[in-house]
Design a binder for this molecule. Sequence first.
Ligand SMILES: C[N+](C)(C)CCCC[C@H](N)C(=O)O
Length: 343
Amino acid sequence: MAKAISHCPLVPTPSQPSAWCGGGCKGASWRNFFGVWQEGGAPFSSARVPLSSARRKGPHSASSYHTGALGLVLGHPFDTVKVRLQTQTTYRGIIDCMVKTYRHESLLGFFKGMSFPIASIAVVNSILFGVYSNTLLALTATSHQERRAQPPSYRHVFIAGCTGGFVQVYCLAPFDLIKVRLQNQTESRARPGSPPPRYRGPVHCAASICQEEGPRGLFRGAWALTLRDTPTLGIYFVTYEWLCRQSAPDGQNPSSATVLVAGGFAGITSWAVATPLDVIKSRMQMAGPKHRVYRGVLDCMARSARQEGLGVFFRGLTINSARAFPVNAVTFLSYEHLLRWWG
Ligand SMILES: C[N+](C)(C)CCCC[C@H](N)C(=O)O
């Protein structure tokens, strides 16, 4: 199979069918939508394509899978510290939060709430990149050859990114809520005699929320998540695309180093813009039926700013940037590898 990888891998090729492009596209399939384009711009499931598929295709795809999964695991402790800083007022800063977490909960405390993100990231990213790719395809409607010479405009990349961000939220929201609730449980499991945590695990957490708040409870904070992710995923893809084009202006494939740097900066840039709404989202997710403290996004913003000052909107930004660079660098690198070695 020709290695027809377009200049930027996030640009879909019209030679490939789209689930969304109506009569013009033939042979659309779920396989295409969920992450396996054989040429050019493909949506992908981050680095986390089904392992069986990755293995079928040999060491490169398999290593892509493992690298991406590893990135997620290594990034999770940073995410836990970020979430705690954003939602709890007991910590004086990053180091204080790390020390207290380690002392009370041991290293395991940093990995609370990790199983659902690992289980769901493949689906969430497939939706994100699938919708992104298909939207771009519908917007640009140029042939593969034309697109190599004329990459899509940043406006189209932005719109496609926003669309992908908007759609993936409804899959991400319940998983993210459960992650945040579990990350915020500071009870130690290791210490005998310490009070049991409210949720015994992700499934128990989901069941309890459904029972206490109804199934809609699983979507607590979803509106803030939508406001956070829709524009910032547009920014994410535009940053990646822009940085790739700076270093490979002639339609060549960007080098691995370029991909790592562009992916890392795409992560940091989008998180920098997303942080204020990330704080609000996490706070709203923590507000249960017993303490329904916020009337909505604006109320949460106003109360947080009044009580804690404007700095509250940037809580967790430093630690999240430290996490975002490597996580998104390997995410995009894995994606490139998938494209190059698949088929
Ligand atoms: C758009 N927003 C900034 C919210 C996220 C962009 C990066 C998403 C990536 N999976 C990560 O966890 O870093």
